[in-house]
Design a protein around this ligand. Structure first.
Ligand SMILES: [Zn+2]
Length: 93
């Protein structure tokens, strides 16, 4: 069954979040908006810049004022696997 994995990471690095999965695109969009809001709420200096759109299933987050900023991507990836890993991520939501 189709589902979406929600992952937040700096490209090439391990995810910051415990990856989880949701069942529908609507839930994936909502999850990305929640992740964005979470980052905004913790951004006391207002230094994050968000590009992209939850409807396109990804945000690209940068901190222009930070030296050597590698950026963060928050994305939902469509998946059709039925592996144990996928099932655990779906049940963990
Ligand atoms: Zn999966």
């Amino acid at each position: 069954m189709t589902h979406y994995h929600i992952v937040k990471n700096t490209p090439g690095y391990m995810p910051f979040n415990d990856p989880y999965a949701v069942r529908t695109k609507t839930e994936a969009i909502a999850a990305l908006r929640d992740e964005k809001r979470f980052m905004q709420d913790s951004d006391y200096e207002g230094s994050y810049r968000f590009e992209g759109n939850a409807r396109n299933l990804s945000y690209w987050v940068t901190e222009p004022d930070r030296e050597h900023d590698l950026g963060v991507i928050i994305q939902a990836t469509e998946c059709n696997d039925t592996s144990d890993d996928c099932r655990e991520q779906l049940e963990g939501e």
